[in-house]
Design a binder for this molecule. Structure first.
Ligand code: HEC
Length: 160
């Protein structure tokens, strides 16, 4: 009984907080295609409360997810970073849903920032990268921004 509850929490985050999101989570197939309506709904339920409805973030507190996140896709470590930040890593979204939300953010709001050879996340990639959640987020971010600047991507802002 106890182990079943723990398994459920592992799979679904805290299902008693988000029973609907979790119920939907386990049923649909793992897929790389983006269902915009579903991605938006999952964003609203799991990310928007902090990152704001438009993904603009909150100055000095929450980084934007539009016209910024795409730069991280120029680095393999950046792909990892984007799904290992605690808000993404620990979300109630399953791997397939998290892949979809991040792909949706990238394709809808970061097109100009993406590398030419960008390929969307798969559920498998997210499963491989998302855990454990990052502990030293600010340090890791500063390091990645430095790498991006070294690659000539000067538009990536160190602070938000
Ligand atoms: C409880 C508030 C909160 C929620 C909910 C949240 N985030 Fe975040 N997110 C943050 C904060 C704060 C940061 C800055 C790094 C840190 O301190 O974790 C961040 C950073 C990020 C970053 C790194 C961006 C950058 O430029 O450094 C990404 C990507 C991200 N979040 C994605 C998501 C996604 C996707 C979701 C929903 C599945 C989500 N977050 C839910 C608060 C949140």
């Amino acid at each position: 009984m106890v182990s079943r509850v723990i398994r459920t929490i592992r799979r679904c985050g805290l299902p008693f907080l988000l029973p609907l999101a979790c119920g939907a989570a386990s049923t649909h197939a793992q897929t790389q295609t983006i269902d915009n309506a579903r991605a938006l709904q999952n964003y609203m339920l799991n990310c928007m409360g902090c990152h704001s409805p438009t993904g603009a973030g909150v100055a000095g507190k929450i980084p934007p997810l539009r016209h910024s996140l795409g730069y991280f896709m120029h680095l393999p470590q950046g792909r990892e970073f984007a799904v290992r930040v605690p808000g993404a890593s620990n979300s109630a979204l399953n791997d397939s849903e998290l892949a979809e939300v991040v792909n949706w953010l990238l394709m809808s709001y970061n097109r100009e920032e993406l590398p030419a050879d960008f390929h969307p996340y798969t559920a498998e990639e997210v499963a491989r990268l998302r855990r454990p959640a990052l502990a030293e987020v600010a340090q890791r971010r500063a390091y990645l921004v430095e790498l991006l600047h070294q690659q000539g991507i000067a538009a990536m802002k160190p602070s938000y």
